[in-house]
Design a protein around this ligand. Sequence first.
Ligand code: C5P
Ligand code: C5P
Ligand code: ZN
Length: 505
Amino acid sequence: MNHSKDQLDKLIKAIKIVKNYLFSHIKDKISSINIYTHLDADGLSAGAILGKALYREGIPFQITVLRQLEKEEIAKISKNIEEFNNFLIFSDFGSGQFLELQKEFLKKNFNSFIILDHHIPQNVPSKKDIDLIMKIYKDTLQWHVNPYFFGINGSLEISGAGLCYYFAKSLNEKNIDLSTIAIVGAIGDIQNQGPNKSFSGINSLILRDAKDSGFIEVISDLNFSSIKPLNEAIAYSKEINLPGLTNDVNRSLIFLQTLGILMENSKGKIRTLNDLNQDEKQKVSSAIIEYASVKLDIEPSKIVEKLIINRYLIKNEVIGSELHDADEFSNLLNACGRMNSASLGIAIAMGDRKIAYQKSQDILIDYKKILMRSLTWIYDNQKIQQKEYIQYFFGEDIIPENIIGTITSMLIFENLENIDKSKPIFGFAKREDENIYKVSGRAHEKIVKKGVNLSQAIRDACALSNLDVLGGGHPPAAGTKIPVESVEIFLENCNAAIQKQLQGR
Ligand code: C5P
Ligand code: C5P
Ligand code: ZN
């Protein structure tokens, strides 16, 4: 923790520098600040934190959500600069494109922008290239904050929302309440990967802010959805596989009933985990540990590791609503972002509990449907193809660009059967009306530990394929876009890049 505290001190100093940079530039501007942010849960959280903090300072702002900061988007932003002369903030993207931004804006003699991002910077192959990272830090520190500058792992220890949280706090300590949204963002980027879904590094310091000031309570709970009927939550768990119960709601219900737990509430509905008291939860957890160890011959400590998790409860939200559970909150934001309703997500993360929240309920239902339909389609039609070191699939006209990343994440990180997790997966979605594939790559932690770095692999594959496109992300999750006709060569080069990483060459 002390190590993290030192890193945080440095990060906060760096944030002060860009904050001062911002204030010195907006002094003589009357136009609003334009926040550009990413459309996933972390990006929406980041944008909402910035929006709320500026609002509280009485500084006018606008938020624009983009699916990615591609070259064309940067060119578009650059075009508007002359006309509107706003100050720009890039959050949850920008580091992977900092040279491109610099180049494009320099042409116009424009330097009124800052970047708050946690992705590995452009042209840096991996976080181990310390000299290169330090050079970028020195060259860009006036307007660019990135955790890798301070030895902080941006893929695990702080998210885009986390960076914006510290920016907000540097504007006003009162913004400590926004620590809840920073936690929602970090969960969206799957950063709570410590034992029992705990946080590490700077994220645990953000959590401490949220806990100490009474906004979040962390409870130890069973790793099932807290808001679904419990038999469904067990049968359709994303992470816990219990042959005999998994995918079988009726047997899961019988299993629960035989424990002597009354499973119906007074309205005749099946109770959720939230409805159970501590004794009842204890009964369920003992029974599952016994079921897995006796029937499935799994070591009890192995089950407990997966079965018992930290649940992050947001105290001032209605118990039983998604917003009460930070994990469900982040899922709701993801749904909004990926179903073309990013502004609803921003409004909810900024505190709207009326119209935006109500509208989001239908979106959540549609989002779940499209995810289920996409996964079923992949499985039923055996869409996943193999190369020696990678696997891949095309979304065809079934999986749209905005959810291809979610689908690849589900295939690799969730408890799905018949999927090889020893190879990274690449999903391709054809962009409507353009000759372009959006590419999303995901790799399981066990191969990341062996040296797989998808951010680097994707950048290498683009370079080897002579593609002048931006790409990157994190070791376990990265993306880019490529022309349709380059797909074969790109795949070959991804295969070669992963082979090279695994063989340590
Ligand atoms: O751009 P950003 O960092 O916000 O996005 C990371 C993306 O990668 C998120 O959509 C997140 O869900 C995904 N991810 C993942 N598994 C990881 C790390 C990230 O699915 N282990
Ligand atoms: O889009 P997708 O969810 O697959 O993105 C995975 C990760 O790769 C995210 O962190 C995203 O910000 C990053 N990415 C990137 N540049 C791209 C595409 C994705 O840095 N062109
Ligand atoms: Zn992020």
